[in-house]
Unconditional design. Sequence first.
Length: 275
Amino acid sequence: MARMNRRAMVIVAAIIVVVNGFFPAVWILLTSVKTETELMQYPITYLPEAATLANYYQAFTEQPLLRFLANSFVVASLSTILCVVISALAAYALTRLRIPHRNLILSALLAVAMFPLISLMVPLFKLMRELGLLNTYLALILPYAVLSLPVCTLVMASFFQDIPPDLEAAAMIDGCSRVGALFKVVVPLSAPGVFTAAILAFVNAWDEFLLALTMLNRVNMRTLSVGITLYQGEYAFPWPLISAALIVAIVPISVLIAVFQERVVGGLTAGGVKG
């Protein structure tokens, strides 16, 4: 009986998590194919009476949504590449080199990962202003890469520490440098961890709003998360139009997660066991 009760509780908890995760997305999707009139009518209609794609057409014509998509893709991709490369070097150093106070460094990385972004806004803005990087992609690429470094480094380190050092030694005997052994031997063998770190960094950069709003004020350089806010007026909130733009923003991430789902889940679970 106790086992059945635990199983029932697990099933109920799983249903709550699934509903909580999928219901908002489904509601946004249904809203995106409704008209403004239907959305405001009472009683509420959950399914659209006459679905329309006009909101999607308007989303692309009223604002440069394709430009916002391109900006987000460029910023997220470049910051992810930079973060993964630096994280791989840092994780390798922490797991292979004799660094004093290694556990203290790992604890510091974990503590830094918990810093709220709002506490870093003022120093980051001043730094970018002094470097003359405001209203440039670098104003987002560099902070995004740095902010994802702690988590990505910890994820990769949990995988690198289980790779036998003899494999790298053999590669270096064959003429490979230590860095070459890292990227030709260790990184490929730790592919699930590398993919997990890359996906986490990409999603964080794609979804981020506060830095993108602060560092860039030119419309043609807005990222998607900030560009969507331009659809609202001073006194009006066209929710069907905003919902259509949100669906456009969700689709790339959903496709990315669907394609690399096995690697990401495998990386997270394996990293948890190893850590």
